[in-house]
Design a protein around this ligand. Sequence first.
Ligand code: SF4
Ligand code: SF4
Length: 102
Amino acid sequence: MCRDDRPEVQCWTSYWDLPYGPVSLPVKGSAGKTGDWRTFTPVVNNENCIKCYFCYMYCPEGTISVNDETGFVKIDYDYCKGCGICAKNCPKECISMEKMSK
Ligand code: SF4
Ligand code: SF4
């Protein structure tokens, strides 16, 4: 799947095509649990998920992980900032951004 027409952009079909690299995970820092900043919340619908893990790969906060038992992704809402990058890059449009109610 490729959502970009630029020739210099490689089109991977899944996370597994990528070279190995380091992954950092969020921890509570001086700003506390930064998920409090969120206005929109990503909600995953597993029905159409193909377990490509693009959402996991693109999340800039490292808040998406994979459930070892099911293989589906899960989001750590304590640190997710609601940027919507995961939703934008999901090839199956499984992730919807829902406005949070206060
Ligand atoms: S909305 Fe942004 S921070 Fe939250 S899980 Fe998606 S990519 Fe990560
Ligand atoms: S939610 Fe979308 S991007 Fe994430 S693993 Fe499933 S299909 Fe891939």
